[in-house]
Design a protein around this ligand. Structure first.
Ligand code: ADP
Ligand code: MG
Length: 683
């Protein structure tokens, strides 16, 4: 076996890896030698930075080394275990402390030397360290330089992981293929691939680590471009349509004229972009980005009218039943009296109704089908599906989108999202996808006023809400959990309902909605809220996407620190949908700097694009969409927000690489690197 094929082998081929170790590695999604090599250190410990007791500062993190003199285990009155180890560090004794990890006593032995990292507490002359990370010093194969720290699974430790990496590098690294020539490497000041691999796992210093990072980030990005490029040139032909409708067909015009408001310029522009795409002989694949409340549903509606005008059917898929029904109602109202047949299909549609919908769908009398995942069912056949619209696309996987499209012959596809993809990412991610942006809100919208309050000010927050409600407005209260949970000290909807009901039940009507309710129950509550019969709605994130009640002007989010930025922004988007001033109060107890920054960002901006960019920075691209669908979670090293230079370098090299890379190697490499994306490309 040669070259990349070597790395396709199962990890068990590595010396020292038996069935048990193999299972431990699988838990880390490591199956092949390739996966193991790409299991990069999540951080490095710098042994040149060991501190002596004199250098340790109160409250700061320290990194030190000491011999274990004595180990003591205690239990507090509240049942918490505290393990203390007295260590001889230089010539002083310091105390390392572990909370709630009683098993430490079975691992540590007296007279052993350990290195540890933790926060310093100075109590007079005594020094305590609250341990964050520790290792036995014998686990360190190197005495100098940076030591890799890997993500582990149960049964593994850093020493074993490092040993495996060493063996892997020694045994197999020479087989790893180099895809860049020496000339190119010299020109771009790049390491050869073998040196890069050695230095990313075992760098001697930060400079070596940075050089290795650059080469491997580039390697990764080049491969990523290769796989994305695959479908760039491919333009799937549509079936020929009977008519190419004129600039604007009479029905569309009529519906537009009777709207109670005018379309915004941005909506007009985007509709025009879609119109042009839809007239082309090959399928549209367009992403519509628009901040919450920017009026994407209307754009979808006009696109479906175009589809009707050329005598094809449309499907609109939404991630929740609540949203699907809302869209359906919206369309019914918009098309009122016009000769357009619309239906809604969800998993709770009664069998008989479902049968007649399916029939109308198949004989072509149904023009528009709105629904949830229920639209993906096997027995659903369109007469001629010409347009697929997917709302809140980040809630769906690539395969689900593909499944709906496959019900037609290369239909036009419009996917909509309020979670904008930061530009750097969008450019790299999508070859063939065009992007339309609604960068304007309907006129008269006032920016939502957002305030972050610590939890101790809760009562004050609810008093504010009470006042707004007494002015005739409506409020959402968002809460992260449905039921009381022992593990987490979080408020749940039921407890909150009790609390608020006792306080305000006599003053106004309070409702509750959450994911454990049946579709019908949810619907009834939301409709009552819509009609103004409920003034305060306590909800979980079931209202996160799309719910449109323009008279709701206040939102309180409990435990706001629990939510990601994009999610907070989506939630907040439920208010500020009319022309009244709206408010959002974030109650929270941020546990770290990162969480605090998120809350501040929410307070300071209403701009979804800015928040998305920041979210990407704070969370990294892997977490960004939460769903395994974009392949970016397979990017192990490239950081879109930091590696701008690498991306520029790749731009220069890419055309050359495309021409020179061996086809066989390319296939194997991509298959190994992006197993998931590969699957999509095939579908
Ligand atoms: P989103 O982009 O978040 O999906 P929606 O499509 O739900 O936004 O629209 C938000 C609200 O704005 C709806 O009540 C909708 O009827 C209203 N709306 C849409 N376009 C306009 C417009 N041009 N002028 C005024 N209101 C509009
Ligand atoms: Mg929407």
């Amino acid at each position: 076996m040669q070259g990349m094929n070597v790395f396709q082998q199962n990890v068990q081929y590595l010396k020292g890896v038996g069935p048990q170790r193999q299972l431990q590695l699988q838990k880390l999604h490591i199956y092949t030698l390739f996966d193991l090599l790409w299991h990069l250190p999540r951080q490095y410990e710098d042994f040149s930075q060991l501190q002596t007791p004199e250098q340790m500062r109160e409250g700061e993190m320290t990194f030190c080394k000491g011999e274990v003199l004595q180990i003591v285990k205690n239990r507090t009155a509240r049942g918490m275990f505290i393990v203390r180890a007295h260590l001889l560090c230089e010539n002083s004794v310091i105390t390392a402390i572990w909370f709630n990890q009683p098993f430490i006593t079975t691992i540590l032995k007296e007279h052993e030397t350990i290195v540890l990292k933790g926060r310093v507490r100075r109590m007079g002359a005594r020094i305590e360290i609250h341990v964050a990370h520790y290792e036995k010093s014998e686990h360190h194969p190197l005495s100098e330089g940076l030591l890799p720290v890997y993500s582990l699974s149960e049964g593994l430790n850093q020493k074993k992981m490092r040993q495996m990496m060493q063996t892997l590098l020694q045994t197999y690294l020479p087989a790893y293929p180099e895809i860049l020539t020496k000339a190119i490497r010299d020109q771009e000041h790049l390491l050869d691939i073998h040196t890069a691999w050695r230095q990313i796992h075992f760098p001697e210093n930060n400079m070596q680590r940075a050089q290795a990072h650059k080469r491997l980030a580039l390697e990764e990005y080049l491969l990523f471009r290769l796989i994305m490029k695959k479908d760039e040139g491919f333009k799937p032909p549509k079936q020929p349509f009977a008519t190419l409708w004129p600039e604007e067909d009479p029905l569309t015009l009529k519906i537009k004229q009777r709207l109670p408001f005018r379309l915004t310029d941005a909506q007009e522009r985007v509709i025009q972009e879609i119109r042009e795409d839809m007239r082309k002989p090959y399928a549209m694949n367009r992403l519509l980005e628009g901040d919450v409340g920017s009026g994407k549903t209307l754009v979808a509606a006009f696109s479906m009218l175009m589809s009707k005008a050329r005598q094809t059917q449309s499907a609109l898929m939404a991630p929740t039943e609540v949203l699907a029904i809302q869209h359906y109602r919206f369309l019914e109202k918009l098309f009122h009296g016009a000769p357009i047949l619309t239906a809604c299909l969800t998993s709770s549609t009664p069998a008989k109704e479902r049968d007649s919908i399916l029939e109308a769908l198949e004989d072509g009398s149904l023009d528009i089908l709105v629904g949830t995942h229920a639209l993906l069912q096997e027995d659903l056949n369109f007469f001629q599906l010409g347009l697929v619209v997917i709302d809140e696309q980040h809630r769906f996987g690539v395969r689900q989108r593909a499944r709906l499209s496959s019900k037609g012959q290369n239909p036009d596809v419009l996917v909509m999202t309020a979670t904008p993809i930061p530009r750097t990412l969008a450019l790299s991610l999508y070859g063939r996808l065009s992007i339309s942006v609604i960068d304007e809100l309907p006129p008269g919208r006032l920016p939502i006023k957002t305030k972050y309050l610590p939890r101790r000010d809760r009562v004050q927050a609810y008093e504010f809400v009470r006042k707004r409600i007494q002015q005739g407005e409506q409020a959402y209260v968002i809460c992260p959990l449905v039921e009381e949970s022992e593990k987490q000290d979080l408020l749940d909807v039921h407890t909150l309902y009790q609390e608020l009901f006792e306080r305000y039940g006599a003053d106004f009507k309070i409702g509750m909605v959450h994911g454990r309710m049946s579709g019908e129950e949810k619907q009834q509550i939301l409709e009552a809220f819509h009609r103004g019969e409920i003034q305060m709605l306590i909800a979980t994130t079931v209202v996160e996407v799309g719910v449109d009640v323009p008279k709701a002007t206040v939102m309180v989010i409990e435990h706001a620190e629990r939510f990601g930025l994009s999610q907070l922004h989506q939630l907040r988007g439920r208010v500020g949908r009319g022309d009244q001033q709206s408010y959002c109060i974030l109650l929270g107890e941020p546990a770290n700097e990162n969480a605090y920054q998120r809350l501040l960002a929410m307070q300071n901006t209403n701009d979804g694009f800015k928040l998305a960019d920041l979210d990407l920075k704070l969370r990294g691209p892997g977490d960004f969409w939460g769903v395994r669908q974009h392949g970016i979670q397979d990017l192990k090293i490239l950081d879109f927000t930091q590696d701008q230079q690498v991306i520029e370098c790749a731009q220069r090299i890419f055309p050359w690489l495309e021409d020179t890379l061996d086809i066989g190697l390319k296939e194997t490499y991509l298959q190994l690197k992006f197993p998931y994306l590969k699957e999509i490309a095939v579908n």
